[in-house]
Design a binder for this molecule. Structure first.
Ligand SMILES: Cc1cc2nc3c(=O)[nH]c(=O)nc-3n(C[C@H](O)[C@H](O)[C@H](O)COP(=O)(O)OP(=O)(O)OC[C@H]3O[C@@H](n4cnc5c(N)ncnc54)[C@H](O)[C@@H]3O)c2cc1C
Length: 549
């Protein structure tokens, strides 16, 4: 490994660390003015691969070693010491290149809560214009909650799997309302959900924001390049130290600002490696302290989930099987000839977003229906037939942390999500699981003659379900709040996303959530990045839309 020189090899007005969902938006917006030089640094490489572009190949994208960081939690004390896998995209587009493509914003009151936590300008009325700015959604072209003409195409799956009808019928019979649009201010109910899928292909900020911007001479994109640390001159973030694939270390200067968009695990990782964090922790791992900021890496949380899965002989579900092989071949041809059919689906086509507690003022649980068998051993494509319902707890109480193992900036962060630490989270999942079981055994599924593989007939009491949840709990990959926005002693950025106590440095990605929104998180990260770009460029924020809130 070569040593970095003390002088910056090149200087840019703006340096963005991480070309994920947020970083691609920022690179595009900040380079719109040709007078600004922008450098985007990404640890991974190109996103141009069928695993990423074909929606039904999402399992292959998630499990690919090439496109992921291969992260796991530390042993989780409340989950019998289990380590839980944490897929994260290490590729242009970041997690947006491997995610499930569900398009969700959550309940508007979650954003009002952000503002109430001391973050003016982050309430729903102020954020809605940013959701609209990014959206191209002709299916709701007459709705004030939607827009056409934005970069991100959003659509329904044209022909959902037949099994979805049984899920919807069961939810209706259980007394829940039908919801035809999960992206209004207060969505509630069951129904088909939209995805960031357009013309049969995944839509991410890589293809929609970054790729067109890469034609600009003032935007430099460094791929397969890791940011080792941010370099400071006094309290000002003056540059970054980077390392390419060959191990060569160099430095880049920032004339204006550095924006950290490395995601919920790596944004705190980059700050900690740079000496910004809890001084006791940094001293303990041998990283020189630049600025004591104890909140870096803290407050981390994600949506925990468990599931019930059924097996069946009927071949209606999406799968590879001997029985389904002729159909699969036709569907494969259909996709390559027309771009349509089941391969243009993200497989998770219908769901419920519901209140399950009498005193909830908004949805507290998501039931995600999978019209496909949940494999026993990890495999990216469902093998043989069945269906499953994942139960997602939308307001987890447990809080974890990202810390460093030592002072090697390229070593993986230590990630302790403290999953199940708060009994409330386990109880929520037990409650959701009981409801999911009512759904999957509803008479609407009768004709499929499926049998429950898990939890299984032997697991019935609350104590047994509690134990089952602890054995199976995973996350649904929506981590955030590890560089939390706010003004308390454990917050990291202010409402302008500027790092407290430092100059020329912001964080803009899922790590700044004051609390993770009760929804899939890609859309809210895009909105954060859009708003961040306006703030960085000094562009006046759009008028709030209070009449909709
Ligand atoms: C498997 C999976 C399924 C999901 N499903 C959905 C879904 O269906 N719908 C939805 O709305 N959301 C979903 N999400 C969540 C959503 O995709 C994320 O919330 C969102 O992409 C986070 O964006 P980000 O910009 O914060 O981080 P990321 O997109 O993770 O971007 C961070 C980028 O920084 C890079 N990076 C990290 N460290 C460094 C470094 N030191 N130097 C240089 N580069 C670095 C990374 O390689 C990455 O490209 C899913 C996520 C996953 C992982």
């Amino acid at each position: 490994m070569t040593e970095p020189s003390t002088d910056f090899q090149q200087t840019f007005d703006y340096i963005i660390i991480g070309a994920g969902t947020a970083g691609c938006v920022l690179a595009s917006r900040l380079s719109e003015n040709p007078a600004h030089s922008v450098c985007l640094i990404e640890a991974g490489g190109s996103e141009k691969h069928p695993f990423i572009t074909i929606p039904a190949a999402v399992g292959c994208a998630i499990m690919s070693k090439k496109y992921g960081w291969g992260l796991w939690t530390e042993p989780q004390a409340s989950l019998n010491g289990r380590k839980v896998p944490l897929p994260r995209g290490k590729v242009i587009g970041g997690c947006g290149s491997i995610n499930g493509m569900a398009y969700y914003r959550g309940d508007g009151r979650d954003y009002d809560d952000w503002a109430a936590q001391g973050n003016p300008g982050w309430d729903y009325a102020h954020l809605l214009p940013y959701f609209l700015r990014s959206e191209h959604n002709p299916e709701f072209k007459d709705s004030s909650y939607h827009n056409t003409g934005g970069p991100m195409g959003v659509s329904f799956i044209p022909k959902p799997n037949k099994l979805c009808e049984s899920f919807n019928a069961a939810m209706q019979d259980l007394g829940f309302p039908y919801c035809n649009d999960f992206n209004t201010a207060h969505p509630h109910g069951y129904g088909y959900r939209q995805g960031t899928i357009w013309n049969g292909k995944r839509v991410s900020t890589a293809g929609t924001y970054l790729r067109p911007a890469m034609k600009r001479a003032n935007l430099t994109v460094l791929t397969n390049t890791s940011t080792r640390r941010i370099l400071f001159e006094g309290s000002r973030a003056a540059g970054v130290e980077i390392q390419d694939q060959g191990g060569n270390v160099s430095t880049l200067g920032s004339g204006n600002e550095i924006i950290v968009s490395a995601g919920a695990y790596h944004s705190p990782h980059v700050l900690l490696n740079s000496g910004v964090g809890d001084s006791e922790h940094l001293n303990g791992v041998g990283v020189p302290v630049i600025h004591h900021l104890p909140g870096v890496g803290r407050n981390l949380h994600d949506h925990p989930s468990t599931y019930t899965a059924l097996d069946m002989k009927d071949s209606t579900s999406y799968a590879i099987s001997w029985k389904a092989m002729p159909r699969d071949i036709v569907q494969f041809m259909q996709y390559f000839l027309t771009g349509g059919g089941p391969m243009a689906s993200n497989l998770f086509e219908t769901n419920a977003y519901i209140k399950t507690l009498p005193d909830s003022d908004r949805a507290d649980m998501q039931l995600v229906f999978q019209p496909a068998r949940r494999n026993i051993k990890p495999f990216p494509i469902p093998v043989n037939h069945g269906y499953a319902v994942a139960t997602v707890c939308l307001y987890p109480k447990s809080r974890g942390a990202v810390t460093l193992a030592g002072n090697d900036p390229l070593a993986a962060p230590l990630i302790d999500l403290a999953l199940g630490k708060e009994q409330q989270d386990i109880d929520d999942l037990v409650r959701g699981l009981k409801l999911a079981r009512q759904v999957v055994h509803h008479s609407s599924f009768g004709k499929y003659q499926a049998h429950e593989r898990v939890p299984g007939a032997d697991i019935q009491t609350d104590a047994e379900l509690d134990a089952y949840v602890r054995e199976t709990l995973i996350t649904v990959h929506h981590p955030g709040s590890s560089c939390r926005m706010g003004n308390s002693a454990s917050d990291v950025v202010n409402h302008e996303l500027k790092v407290h106590g430092l100059d020329g440095l912001r964080v803009a990605d899922a790590s700044v959530y004051p609390r993770v929104p009760a929804a899939n998180t890609n859309a809210s990260v895009v909105a954060i990045a859009e708003k961040a770009a306006d703030m960085i460029l000094g562009i006046e924020a759009p008028e709030p839309l209070p009449e909709l809130a």
